[in-house]
Design a protein around this ligand. Structure first.
Ligand code: MG
Length: 405
């Protein structure tokens, strides 16, 4: 291999984080779920014993409990997962400065030329996996390949606790038989189109004329062809989380939704996650964006501005406002997302400089809400998120929402 790229991906990350502080969860079916007190919440992460019962991410709680009545449920605690993630990244950073975090639970490492320091790629990968397990109590899978794309594909091949090397000569035997749907970065609608054209495996895709793919899929056509042939020149680019231009979360729903209350509850779980991440990175944003993907795979994004904030309540207010304004509640929705951008540079204790007329949310000029959110994060990181709930959200009679815990 010219380059040696690792993708380290944590297995069942949220629920394994929970198991590190509650060993009772080990070995029995358990899941992190939004709003476990209500049967309408959704599964955010299921451990492997739960998956053996068919429990999957984004499944509605009542469906999960039907499959596995003894499922232990834990409310999400994103500040805690961010902490664990930072520990993982710090450990990985000890192996190479060329580390690119791809999400809370995975990162690429450029390990080219590291043999002399640490031994063969396979030996280093084993060491990394062992240390993540023994020092942090977490599980990971590692893909080793000559580029980022193949490393990501390799990391998916053996889970949990798998190490997979995938080099270009291996492609015909081990990569081309895979379903075209499993290609990283290929959305459901592109996959449907490909399958509709009789392209079911990655090998089928590799055999297509790149000019035909470009005519059919535009710029994505060339990327599809390159990826089918395992080609990817993208460098591993280290970046600080602070450089992020936006912070967002989205979730695929296990079934299409037409119910506003249910959609709002999912939005609240996602918003709480986004806001907690903003507070950890000391950011306030002014632009709230929601994303809706409908049953026919069409996607809309809608934005609204509010005074810069990192308050769950204020962001959630605007997100709900957008949802109500731009969704007829008849067209079934299959994905919901929320993100924040328009970050103010210096946070300090500044008050918002402007006020918006007709803003869905009245800014909290005293900064009390910020302090409250911070205090909640603090308590959660020490005692777990079940300890604090958003009383104001619970009392919000307009929607009868319950908190994400
Ligand atoms: Mg991952």
């Amino acid at each position: 291999m010219d380059r040696v790229i690792f993708l380290v991906d944590m297995n069942a990350f949220y629920i394994t984080c929970e198991t590190t502080r509650n060993p009772d969860l080990a070995g029995r079916p358990a899941a992190v779920a939004g709003d476990p007190k209500r049967r309408s919440g959704i599964i955010l992460a299921a451990n492997y014993p739960a998956r053996a019962f068919g429990v999957r991410t984004a499944m509605v709680l009542r469906d999960a409990l039907r499959l596995c009545p003894q499922l232990a449920l834990v409310p999400p605690d994103h500040p805690f997962y961010e902490q664990k993630s930072a520990q993982v990244m710090a450990l990985l950073g000890g192996y190479t400065p060329l580390l690119e975090q791809n999400s809370i639970d995975e990162a690429w490492l450029d390990m080219t030329g590291c043999e002399r320091l640490f031994g063969s790629p396979l030996a280093v990968a084993r060491q990394i996996m062992d240390r993540i397990k023994s020092e942090l109590g977490l599980w990971c899978s590692i893909g080793i390949a000559p580029n980022k794309f193949l490393a990501k594909m390799a990391s998916e091949m053996k889970k949990p606790l798998g190490i997979t090397c995938l080099d270009l000569p291996d492609l015909p035997e081990r990569y081309w038989p895979l379903e075209v749907r499993s290609l990283y970065g290929v959305g459901a609608s592109t996959a449907d189109k490909l399958v509709g054209m009789g392209v079911t495996t990655i090998g089928d895709l590799a055999r297509l004329d790149p000019a035909f793919l470009a005519a059919r899929f535009g710029r994505q056509g060339q990327a599809l062809h390159d990826h089918a042939w395992g080609r990817d020149d993208a460098p591993v680019t280290p970046h600080e989380p602070d450089e992020a231009k936006s912070i967002g979360r989205s979730t695929n729903l296990s079934r299409d939704l037409t119910d506003l209350d249910e959609a709002c509850r999912i939005l609240l779980v996602l918003t709480d996650d986004v806001a907690a991440s903003m507070r950890r990175h000391n950011k306030r944003g002014a632009t709230v964006q929601i994303t809706l993907k409908f049953h026919d795979f069409s996607v809309i994004t809608r934005q609204g501005r509010i005074p810069p904030t990192c308050s769950t309540r204020e962001i959630y207010g605007q997100a709900c406002h957008l949802l109500e304004q731009h969704w007829d509640q008849k067209t079934p929705v299959r994905l919901i997302g929320v993100s924040m951008s328009g970050f103010a540079h210096d946070l300090g204790d500044q008050l918002p400089l402007f006020e918006l007329e007709g803003a869905a949310v009245v800014p909290d000029r005293s900064g009390k809400q910020d302090k409250l959110d911070k205090a909640i994060d603090d308590v959660r990181s020490r005692f777990g998120s079940a300890s604090v709930t958003y009383g104001k959200l619970v009392e919000d009679k307009r929607r009868h929402q319950e908190p994400p815990d």
